[in-house]
Design a protein around this ligand. Structure first.
Ligand code: UDX
Length: 431
């Protein structure tokens, strides 16, 4: 397993749990040292226990030595990062992928399946094969595309009980190896979609783009609900009960964030535009998402009486979703800075994200719990639906706040109950 980031570490630990012998490799030797000491570089529920168990049983180990990881391996997974390129043009940066391919090539000492696990633009698997062939013309290998569909916070379950496994493959020989690797999933009757390389690569982008569209759609419906006095929660429920639509990913909120949707939608748009086949529905979803974040700034400003200057905003949640410490493209981090610029003071709490946030926003103050975040606040804004924010003592909050204004960007609370508790309550789409 090349790369011990989110995907590499979860995949490595889960494959070890399947009974395989997995050697996770990362160039960053201090990270490997920490992993050897049982320290997880990311917060993912259950991951530390799974890693510890498989290390103890001798199936999982860590190294910063490429040869140790690759030589004699039946399969090598490339799970390095594919961030948006620094040029800011939406293209995925494939530097790490090709560097990994080049670096692993010399150690392919018997027939090996090289698996692209990272989310990559269409055509990358073939390019990876070219890079390996150039670096080691004698190598016997096939490249396979096997996109991941792991949700942060639920990644282990998503790996162990996936809706489907997608494998882009071109030879029977590679197929046999992949079947062996995923045998436990065959046994529980997981649907496998076996397809060509390009299709597999595109499936990942299409799935994430579709989910982004669903979110942007419901966010726009929420705005319509606000204008017309309708309720988006009932609307989403009723619409989602249509089996053709489905209830999932119809929660209105402050816009999507995270490591995948923002980056993958942009990458898909670039590939599509480049090939003269623009995907306008996804272009709209991306625009709507940015507009939704801007709309949340206005929502908070309006609740503060039109001006945030000198006001204190209590913040509940900074991560892009609960059960992760990931702040990448988190809505809170787009919505708060314009308010701070105009003189608002931020008093924030997050169960996992504060250490990282403090590096980016040293001007925020960070507090120990939700009640401290409400202390003397002019408004309290719930950004992330962590469980510990779901049943707060409302009277305690109210007694601490300067004015009892609650902005619930995840629609966790019941507007009627909030009103009865004496709050001025603002949700998303709860006209
Ligand atoms: C996503 C995909 O779900 C996963 O399959 C893929 O492999 C990686 O990207 P992840 O980014 O971990 O996973 O989080 P996800 O649960 O999909 O949520 C993404 C964002 O959408 C979050 O900011 C979340 O708050 C938001 N969201 C999700 C909504 O606003 N409304 C919803 O109904 C669902």
């Amino acid at each position: 397993m090349i790369g011990t980031g989110y995907v590499g570490l979860v995949t490595g630990a889960c494959l070890a749990e399947f009974g395989h012998r997995v050697i996770c490799m990362d160039k960053d030797s201090s990270k490997i040292e920490r992993l050897r000491n049982g320290e997880m570089p990311i917060y993912e529920p259950g991951l530390d226990a799974l890693v510890a168990k498989n290390v103890k049983d001798g199936r999982l180990s860590f190294t910063s030595n490429m040869e140790e990881s690759v030589s004699q391996a039946k399969a090598v997974f490339i799970a390095v990062g594919t961030p948006s390129s620094r040029r800011g043009d939406g293209y995925a940066d494939l530097t790490y992928i090709y560097a990994a391919a080049r670096d692993l090539a010399p150690y392919l000492d018997k027939y090996t399946v090289v698996v692209d696990k990272s989310t990559v633009p269409v055509g990358t698997a073939r390019q990876v094969a070219r890079v390996i062939r150039e670096a080691n013309p004698a190598a016997q290998f096939d490249v396979v595309s096997n996109p991941e569909f792991l949700r942060e916070g639920a990644a282990i379950n998503d790996f162990m009980r996936p809706d489907r496994v997608v494998i882009g493959i071109e030879t029977e020989r590679a197929s046999e190896v992949m079947k062996e690797i995923y045998n436990p999933l065959y046994l529980i009757a997981t649907p496998f979609v076996i397809t060509g390389l390009e299709t597999a690569e595109l499936i990942k982008y299409a799935a994430n783009a579709f989910l982004s569209m669903k979110i942007s759609f419901i966010n726009e419906m929420a705005n319509v609900c606000e204008a017309l006095g309708a309720d988006v929660i009932d609307l989403a429920k009723a619409v989602g009960l249509d089996g053709r639509i489905g209830r999932k990913f119809l929660h209105a909120g402050p816009g999507y964030g995270g490591s995948c949707f923002p980056k993958d939608t942009l990458a898909l748009l670039r590939i599509a535009q480049e090939n003269g086949v623009p995907v306008r529905s996804v272009e709209a979803a991306v625009e709507v998402n940015a507009a939704q974040k801007a709309r949340m700034v206005k929502k908070i400003r309006d609740a503060l009486g039109g001006s945030e200057a000198g006001k204190t905003i209590g913040v509940l949640g900074l991560t892009f979703k609960p059960e992760t410490d990931d702040l990448r493209d988190s809505p809170a981090l787009t919505i708060l800075p314009p308010l701070v610029e105009k003189g608002a003071k931020i008093q924030a709490h997050d169960p996992q994200g504060m250490a990282e946030a403090a590096k980016m926003f040293p001007e925020f103050s960070y507090v120990k719990n939700a009640y401290e975040a409400s202390e003397n606040a002019d408004v309290l804004v719930l950004f992330t639906e962590w469980n510990q924010y779901r049943a707060l003592d409302l009277q305690e909050l109210k007694s601490r706040m300067k004015s009892p204004v609650f902005i619930d960007l995840r629609n966790v609370y019941n507007p009627k109950q909030m009103k009865e508790a004496g709050f001025s309550y603002v949700g998303v789409g709860r006209g």
